[in-house]
Design a protein around this ligand. Structure first.
Ligand SMILES: [Zn+2]
Length: 275
């Protein structure tokens, strides 16, 4: 079964247009979009991108009979979750995979779009990674989106300690019986594999995700979040025992991965913007 994985498009329309062409050319049965789907120039207007652009984008895949599994990411405000889900639900081939599973052609896809905390202020989808997680220095007070604007969190560390950790969120997910035919779509990459390297050299991946993948050994895990990592570390995939972990990155070029799940042949493709 042929699949395309892409992540962190951040509202880039030319990349979305190319994604549809790439899916048709590759004869993909499923496209997986790993989050951070909306533009981040004016966060409170992200809903307009869902209504004015994504709705039609989804319709094209639906008409072509190509499954489209997706979710919002840490830069997509949670106040738009409902609108996003309702828009997905208009199309039988489009699935919001956040904290959910979906089966296609004998493969089970499981999605999770929460991330381990970072220094940035937007905390809509942030969690402590594990119980013993040590917070990084912060760029300012934490912010949560609300329909009335930003809610400032006076003490983000105390607030975050009351939320489930990434480790607990992973445990809460539906766990397929047949891990050998399962694909985990986790916006956050695991640590230790070279898939989480920031431009300053810091390795910001999740210990909880690493431990989960190592323990349960799905066929494949798909990640994003740290756009520059493949260029910094020189790695865009890694093996964690029997699990293949892929993190294609996303910089100026349109970057995606084609995967044949039957043969496990996969390639990373980068296309320049041709205006
Ligand atoms: Zn991103």
């Amino acid at each position: 079964m042929r699949a395309i994985f892409v992540t962190d498009l951040h509202g880039s329309k030319w990349k979305y247009e190319r994604l549809f062409e790439a899916a048709k050319d590759f004869r993909a049965k499923v496209v997986i979009n790993g989050g951070d789907m909306l533009p981040r120039n004016e966060l409170f207007r992200q809903g307009e991108f869902i209504t004015d652009y994504l709705d039609n984008h989804f319709a094209r895949f639906n008409s072509a009979g190509i499954y489209y599994l997706c979710y919002l990411g840490n830069d997509d405000l949670r106040i738009f979750d409902q609108l996003f889900e309702e828009t997905c639900n208009k199309y039988s081939f489009v699935v919001c995979l956040a904290q959910r599973e979906f089966e296609i052609g004998g493969y089970t896809f499981v999605g999770m779009n929460l991330v381990a905390d970072y220094p940035f202020r937007l905390k809509d989808r942030c969690r402590m990674d594990t119980d013993d997680y040590i917070f990084q220095g912060q760029f300012g007070k934490g912010l949560l989106s609300t329909s009335d604007g930003w809610q400032e969190i006076d003490d983000w560390f105390t607030y975050a300690k009351k939320l489930p950790t990434i480790e607990e969120e992973l445990d809460r997910l539906v766990r397929p019986d047949d891990m050998a035919n399962s694909v985990y779509v986790l916006h956050m990459p695991p640590y230790r594999l070279g898939l989480d390297k920031c431009s300053d050299g810091a390795e910001a991946g999740s210990k909880a995700i690493y431990n989960f993948l190592k323990k349960y050994q799905p066929k494949l895990s798909l990640h994003g979040h740290i756009h520059e990592s493949p260029e910094v570390s020189g790695r865009w995939y890694a093996k964690l025992d029997r699990t293949i972990c892929i993190q294609p990155g996303q910089l100026n070029e349109f970057t995606y991965v084609t995967i044949d799940l039957s043969t496990m042949k996969f390639d990373r493709i980068k296309e320049q913007c041709v205006a």
